[in-house]
Design a binder for this molecule. Structure first.
Ligand code: ZN
Length: 455
């Protein structure tokens, strides 16, 4: 970008033989040249220097030669001026303007105004900032949180560096989001788009509670997401002080009795039956790993939602896993795949909407286990995707009652769509449900290892 601008400037000035053209900064050049618009093209034409300008020009030219960095500073202060080239991945976000490293040069946002743009589900269209604002702004001091719309945000690049990540920008070829921020730790990649709640963690789709914001020359993640979601995914060991070794697991087969859950009428498949069978298959797999397992229901009976986490708490469970199957009202045969949920943290809106309401500000028991619920949900989601090769419908968050009332880390699994006939037929086979149970067991093992400190 900067190379292209330099070439244009030289071409514009050269015909007029401006003395020592490369040394003159933009403001000094203005004494000699005036830009004009001719047939849509921007050209520079010679103009006679004002009386007394020539001595001033001579001083300017000498000054520009002697202190070329003043030209860089002048460009950096221009509203649309380019930032300097990336210095190194993972550069310090607190570096002064004009020496910004790659991660502090955010891409233009997906949208700049909710009123002008359609807001995608899970994508806060008004959360970004125009690129010119980013270019003009100076980065905030490293690590110091800022407040946006009443929520604390922290410098994402700085935070990621503290977690051992490096950072760089990647071109996407997409006009709406030409660049994404890529954070790397070992072989794992975490990719962020300005203005979106969705990011990818090692190829897995994840929905944060608040969109990534771009301001003050860098990217910002809500502190709740940083400490309750991103950190648990990137560095679960950081939460070990709050971890208790996993010994007892509560499996919650969704629905039951007169509550049939989701139904595929065409194939006569009920969610309550699929969930119970999957839970029954999961229990011995976990017992084989050495865990004690309790089930909120082992038969076809209705259990109130509030009673399920209560039962788990009384049994002393260290993890609550609720098993469900999914459904959509329209586009039935095109929607399939895996979703795994944690409880939406306080002060954030569930993934189904973007506006934070009064009820979102109320505290719940589920708030106390955000870190380890995220570790568990991420591990189980990854294991399901790896085991089933099903579409990734993302690791999400919602205010489901069983998660809201859980008194231990809690996860809700939606292991496939009964509304999709092809997926429902697979779910209706014992072999596929066994694969689902094995994948959940593998995810729980990964979670237990993290909680025990062996990973
Ligand atoms: Zn359900």
């Amino acid at each position: 970008m900067m190379t292209a601008m330099t070439t244009k400037t030289r071409k514009d000035i050269a015909p007029h033989r401006v003395p020592h053209r490369a040394s003159l900064c933009a403001s000094h050049r203005a004494l000699l040249c005036a830009p004009t618009a001719t047939a849509g093209a921007r050209r520079h034409v010679w103009r006679k220097p004002r009386a007394g300008a020539l001595p001033l020009l001579a001083i300017c030219a000498l000054a520009c030669c002697a202190f070329p960095e003043t030209q860089t500073a002048a460009r950096a202060q221009q509203p649309t001026g380019p930032l300097s080239a990336p210095t190194r991945p993972g550069g310090d976000a607190s570096a002064p303007a004009g020496t910004l490293s790659a991660p502090t040069r955010p891409a233009p946002p997906a949208a700049t105004s909710a009123g002008k743009h359609r807001v995608n589900p899970g994508n806060d269209g008004n959360q970004g900032a125009p690129a010119r604002i980013l270019a003009r702004a100076r980065p905030a001091p490293t690590g110091r949180p800022i407040t946006l719309d009443g929520l604390a945000y922290i410098n994402l690049v700085h935070f990621a560096k503290e977690l051992g990540c490096t950072a760089a920008w990647k071109k996407t070829g997409d006009k709406k989001n030409p660049e994404i921020l890529v954070l790397s730790k070992g072989s794992r990649r975490y990719e962020f788009t300005v203005g979106s709640r969705e990011f990818t963690a090692d190829g897995v789709r994840v929905f944060a509670g608040s969109a990534i914001r771009a301001t003050r020359g860098t990217l910002w993640m809500s502190r709740i997401d940083a400490t309750n979601l991103f950190e648990p995914i990137v560095a679960p060991a950081n939460g070990r002080r709050s971890a208790t070794p996993l010994k007892i697991i509560a499996i919650d087969a969704g629905h039951g009795g007169i509550d049939k859950g989701k139904i595929n009428e065409r194939l006569k498949i009920f969610e309550k039956d699929m969930a119970l069978d999957t839970a029954r298959r999961l229990k011995p797999l976990l017992e084989k790993q050495g865990f004690k397992v309790v089930m909120t229901r082992a038969t076809d009976k209705k259990i109130e939602l509030a009673d399920r986490p209560e039962f788990a708490a009384k049994a002393g469970a260290g993890l609550f896993v609720s098993i469900h199957y999914n459904s959509v009202e329209s586009n039935l045969q095109n929607v399939s795949g895996i979703e795994v949920y944690r409880f939406t943290p306080r002060y954030q809106a569930p993934v189904s909407r973007t506006d934070v309401r009064i009820e979102d500000k109320i505290g719940n028991p589920g708030d106390a286990h955000g870190f380890w619920s995220s570790v568990a949900a991420y591990d189980i989601h990854r294991a399901l995707l790896a085991g089933l090769k099903a579409p990734d419908r993302a690791f999400k968050h919602h205010k489901f009652a069983v998660l809201r009332l859980a008194k231990c880390p809690a996860v809700l699994v939606e292991a496939g769509f009964l509304s999709n006939d092809a997926e429902a037929r697979k779910i209706n086979t014992p072999a596929y449900r066994q694969k689902i149970a094995e994948a959940i067991a593998a995810g729980i093992k990964a979670y237990a290892d993290a909680a025990a400190g062996s990973t």
